[in-house]
Design a protein around this ligand. Structure first.
Ligand code: 5RP
Length: 216
């Protein structure tokens, strides 16, 4: 079975967690696009909060109302993908560049369900380069400081986030303790968001596999 088919499986499984009466947060990426497609085929029409301009446009095109996070209280549910995940539900996110708004919406949600294919499970995070959103003027400064953590930062050249910032992808990290590294990286002036979800991991992973969907 292809990774895409596994993503579709995981996305479909997330539908079982919908509550009809509350807006949901919707993440960004190809797995979430499968979720939006599944949601569009579902009879319930929920209000949504999007984690990126791309998701907002896709939700609107599928007929969903997209509301501002400022206009809702806590979200009952947030559904998003990830680039890499551990069985402790720590994540690397931001391969699609939406990490800042993703972290905001995840923080606003009582439950964060992460949908992914089993090729993204890892014992230790870091083989997928860690995305970090930075203020443009601080890009080189932050890149130098990241060297102290043993990583090699590569500027995602030509890419500008929805917030007008740049992204550094940090290669070569072995992330033994995600919350501690996340906290330390957040102290570097110029860092907007670290794509490490350690302090606020997912509450549930729905992992698409050949055999079906595994819940972690
Ligand atoms: C976007 C993300 C995505 O969730 C992550 O990149 C996974 O994407 P995909 O589902 O396309 O593999 O963090 O910023």
């Amino acid at each position: 079975m292809s990774a895409q088919e596994k993503k579709i499986r995981a996305a479909a499984a997330a539908l079982r967690h919908l509550r009809e009466d509350a807006p949901i947060g919707v993440g960004t990426g190809s797995t979430v696009n499968c979720f939006i497609d599944a949601l569009a085929a579902h009879p319930v029409r929920l209000k949504t909060v999007a984690s990126s301009e791309a998701t907002s446009a896709r939700l609107a095109a599928a007929g969903f109302e997209v509301i501002d996070l400022n206009d809702v209280g806590e979200l009952a549910l947030y559904v998003d993908g990830a680039d890499q995940a551990t069985r402790r539900r720590h994540l690397i996110k931001g391969g699609g560049g939406a990490l800042t708004r993703e972290k905001i919406v995840a923080e606003a949600a009582r439950e964060f369900i992460c949908i992914l294919d089993d090729g993204k499970l890892a014992d230790t995070l870091g083989s997928f380069p860690l995305p970090i959103e930075v203020i443009p003027m601080a890009r080189n400064l932050v890149a130098r400081r990241l060297g102290r953590f043993g990583g090699h930062a590569v500027w995602r050249q030509g890419y500008v986030t929805d917030n007008g910032n740049h992204i550094l992808d940090v290669h070569g990290l072995t992330i033994a303790d995600p919350p501690t590294l996340e906290s330390a990286l957040n102290q570097i002036p110029g860092v907007v968001t670290v794509g490490l979800f350690g302090e606020r991991p997912a509450d549930l992973l729905l992992v698409g596999t050949d055999q079906g969907v595994v819940e972690i």
